[in-house]
Design a protein around this ligand. Sequence first.
Ligand code: HEC
Ligand code: HEC
Length: 374
Amino acid sequence: MSEKNYFSGDRQMNRSRIPAILALIFATCATSVAWAASPYAFPRVAVPADNPMTPAKIALGKQIYFDPRISLSGTVSCDTCHNVAGNGTDNLPLSFGVFGRVDVPRNTPTVFNAAFNTVQFWDGRAKSLEEQAKGPIQNPVEMGMPNGDAVVERLKQIPGYQKEFAQVFGGKDPITFDNVAAAIATFERTLVTPDSPYDQYMKGDKKALNASARAGMKLARSLGCEACHAGPMFDNPGTAMGTGAYQKFPAQPGYAACAKYVQQYHLTGDDGRFNVTHNPADKQLFKVPTWRNVALTAPYFNYGTVGNLPDAVRIMAACQLSTTLTDKDVNEIVAFLNSLTGKFPKETLPRLPETPNTTLLMGVPDLAQAAQKK
Ligand code: HEC
Ligand code: HEC
């Protein structure tokens, strides 16, 4: 059964169609086994033809990912906000940016399994990991570099990078912003977490999920959560790379319990996808986030205002499905979501190439002072 027929990318699914879709899913896949068939198995990473993965490129991308010198202050690396020794986030409501800025507008998603996102960012404004990687570096709030040239200029002063970029990319001028992004994206494609208890269960180990998690799995399905949290990553019903699946949040603000949550957790103020398309129909549409490792990545939602998973589940039921759950329901769904925590790759810290006898960061205190005066 293909769910693709019922969803079209870049368009919001009409809420009224959810029951019909579920009915169809049940009709076509009478047993949970059929539902659980291969489309839900942990996928392989798709590697773009123009950016093949090689061990040397992965190693270089990892160095840049950990290198704070690609930020204006020289102190913020990708890993500062997306800690890959942990779960790929910093577990803060909102991360601190360059020079300790406190105006990062959205909660930081995990980089683990980002390789499977068909679009990147809460509003889908980047179509690939390569495109995404250039964003935070040049974002004035996050890493603060004025432009890609400034990054290239920094890296070109580091002899070790000159050598490595030449080895990985070749050509006369191997240190380019495009190549920086290509290397980072390549490293990110190694950040995947297969083999969760759920995956083991799906492969036939019936003991991998306890009764509570199994009940939660059924409940998530029967309630309609998986109308939006679909597919192997529970984020997307199968749109092609570069095409996102977006949904309104909160979708049911008129439901009394939802209205209460909206106030309590400040679940308004971000126009989401609208900021990218300026189409009024896209107001408050967000990319449906993955459920993989969601138990580890609190706080929740793009607002980062909900500090625990049970509350996030209650809010979803109320605000997306006009449903109020019992505590038992919530516990079961939370047990199921916990079963989606996968096996994380073991990360060793890379050695970063040095600049013997000098530093690239002499002017940084002045930049910090100038930034404070603004
Ligand atoms: C200051 C904290 C911060 C830093 C530094 C940072 N990010 Fe992020 N990252 C964020 C936030 C916040 C978002 C969500 C922004 C949005 O959706 O508008 C994000 C989104 C992402 C996403 C999209 C994930 C998804 O599920 O949509 C990826 C991938 C990512 N960052 C990778 C990186 C890489 C690679 C670097 C380094 C080049 C980096 N980030 C540096 C905070 C940070
Ligand atoms: C109509 C579509 C839709 C339905 C139905 C839906 N969700 Fe969501 N879900 C979303 C969207 C969109 C977001 C992101 C909202 C945001 O932060 O802006 C989200 C976010 C979440 C998050 C937080 C993820 C994170 O990383 O912050 C959890 C947990 C979650 N949903 C669980 C559920 C559960 C459990 C159900 C069923 C009770 C459910 N969802 C039903 C669309 C939906």
